[in-house]
Design a protein around this ligand. Sequence first.
Ligand code: NI
Length: 270
Amino acid sequence: MNAATLLAQLWDDYVASTPQALRIHRLLEGRGEQIRNDHVALRAYGVEGLGVEALAKSFEAAGWKQAEDRYRFKDKHLQARYWRHENPALPKVFISELIVEELSAEAQELIRGLVAQVPAGFGAREDLAWAGRPWRLPHATYQRLLEESEYAAWMAAFGFRVNHFTVDVRALSSFGSLPELNEFLQAQGFALNASGGIVKGTLADRLEQSSTLADTAEVVFDDKTVRLPSCYYEFALRHPLPNGEMFQGFVPASADKIFESTDVAQQLRG
Ligand code: NI
């Protein structure tokens, strides 16, 4: 699968569960903007054959190369890496995974129960990044995981699908700053993630980011259907390093807060 097909499939799957992204995309296009994506973000359980490396395979086959940086989110029990394409117009691919061994024995057991249902060969699928949820799930399992890790619960409920696309704000021409874009979105009725402030990161970090609060989607459990926060849209404004090159990495403290865009509790507050 080539890079364009991969991204188009990923986008189609994303907007199916995140209609706000399509609305925002069209609003920006309506202002004459040509939208470029800074990165797409994927989530995984860090287990054999289904983790970061399994998700990266299709992207590597389509020309993305792994960057050296490693990110660790201790409180959330996550680690992440990212991939860049030689065509700078294509988004970076940021892939995180849950370090399952750091959760309680009970949560590990529940995740093992989900993973045990995954059909043979699933992790090798070319379309793994939008292959969906390969396990059945009682609502109580979701609730128990949610008590311990919002990320673990999201992954259980939604499975394999892109968590967010991110607009490259520097490539927009009609906004002078990230706050200006945020105000435009809020005026259009979109709720933004305010955890740690609307704008995460500073000029000194070389990366400023904001995001919407996740859309909601109906999730079918074994015993009931529940509407849950699905995916969100992110906005990134990058700044050059002292050597003049644009900063391409990520800022863990900011990403840590951005992860909370799918937080059920925050949705209720917001
Ligand atoms: Ni992101």
